[in-house]
Design a protein around this ligand. Structure first.
Ligand SMILES: [Zn+2]
Length: 339
């Protein structure tokens, strides 16, 4: 059966690759690397080993290169039978604490003059020549327990498929990003801005453009007299500003309150911002009035009317949210009655 042969060859190759990987990890990360677990499947391998910290990209590159160097060296895989003592003298990696019989099977790969790159006690089946492993790459690493890391690797056909899929996904995501960038840029241009696309990374460009668009939106809303209504009043000799803004996200409220305080010099600033089905309320009180008024009380009263849940803050600044923008004027009147 062809499929069975293919499956067996893949298992042999992944198992053999594990030998090379094990030794590459030890040479790159240090001799503390000990096998803690291993899975060999016909389409991947997994290897768990003792190591305290994440493997850096640089280290991973070196590890993969070592494995690939021994694959492209096309070296014979040799199996010898010897006593455990002789095997240990040859530097074979063995599991300490495990009982070995009179004779052990020693598998070596990657001949270097008289020694081998990798020598392990192993009873499994291996490729005849390291070239049968094919191109190799570690594709993930993770921590599975304290001091134990797991790497997963692919080779040959499965690696090719993996890379092809990744490229496909990355092209798709690039196309999507480019569309997003075009869309954001055209919106920025409509608002009279100059899109900032000065970055190599598409995701960064999107982040910058989104920020730029948000700032322009805020600016344009503030300049629009039909969306940004400001009414300055004097109530019981106190300067009171009532500002009502449409299409502004509540997170920009604080800045408006601060600006209002500056412009009034002393007084109370009450700002409502509404966007879609949300209303934000923020109230600021200048320093000289905090012994008479408490922004938290004002905000609590206001938020009850606009369908919010109380809100909070300090005496000189407090804010709350709600849902009913048709009740903004009513809320303002109620707050006014406290002044
Ligand atoms: Zn083996």
């Amino acid at each position: 059966m062809k499929i069975d042969v293919e499956r067996r060859n893949n298992l042999k190759a992944y198992h053999s690759a594990t030998h090379l990987l094990h030794e590459s990890l030890r040479r790159t990360l240090g001799k503390h690397v000990m096998q803690k677990g291993s899975l060999v499947a016909p389409d991947r391998l997994r290897f768990d080993f003792s190591h305290m910290k994440p493997i850096t990209n640089k280290e991973l590159e070196i590890i993969d290169k070592l494995v690939n160097d021994y694959v492209s060296n096309s070296s014979e895989v040799t199996t010898r039978i010897m006593t455990p003592k002789a095997a240990i003298e040859k530097g074979a990696l063995a599991f300490f604490g495990e009982k070995y019989g009179e004779e052990v099977r020693v598998v070596s790969m990657g001949k270097e003059k008289e020694a081998y790159f990798s020598t392990e006690l192993c009873g499994g089946t291996h490729v005849k020549n390291t070239k049968d492993i094919g191109k190799f790459k570690t594709v993930s690493q993770s921590s599975i327990a304290a001091g134990v890391r797991r790497v997963e690797a692919l080779r040959d056909k499965q690696l090719e498929d993996f890379i092809k899929n990744k490229e496909k996904l990355s092209t798709l995501s690039n196309q999507k990003d480019e569309e997003t960038i075009k869309e954001l840029s055209s919106q920025i241009i409509k608002l009279g801005g100059n899109p900032n696309v000065d970055n190599k990374d598409l995701k960064e460009i999107i982040k910058n453009l989104s920020r730029q668009l948000e700032q322009l939106n805020v600016k344009s809303v503030l300049q629009d007299k039909s969306k940004n209504i400001i009414k300055d009043d004097k109530i019981n000799n106190i300067n009171v500003r009532f500002q009502k803004i449409q299409d502004l996200p509540p997170k920009d409220l604080r800045k408006l309150v601060d600006n209002g305080k500056k412009e009034l010099g002393d007084g109370i600033v009450i700002v409502f911002a509404s966007s879609e089905d949300k209303v934000g309320l923020a109230i600021g009180i200048t320093e000289n009035l905090v012994n008479r008024y408490d922004a938290v009380n004002f905000v609590k009263l206001g938020s009850e009317i606009i369908g919010g849940k109380g809100g909070g803050g300090r005496k000189d600044f407090a804010q709350a949210g709600g849902q009913d923008k048709n009740k903004i004027d009513e809320a303002y009147e109620k707050i006014k009655s406290l002044i």
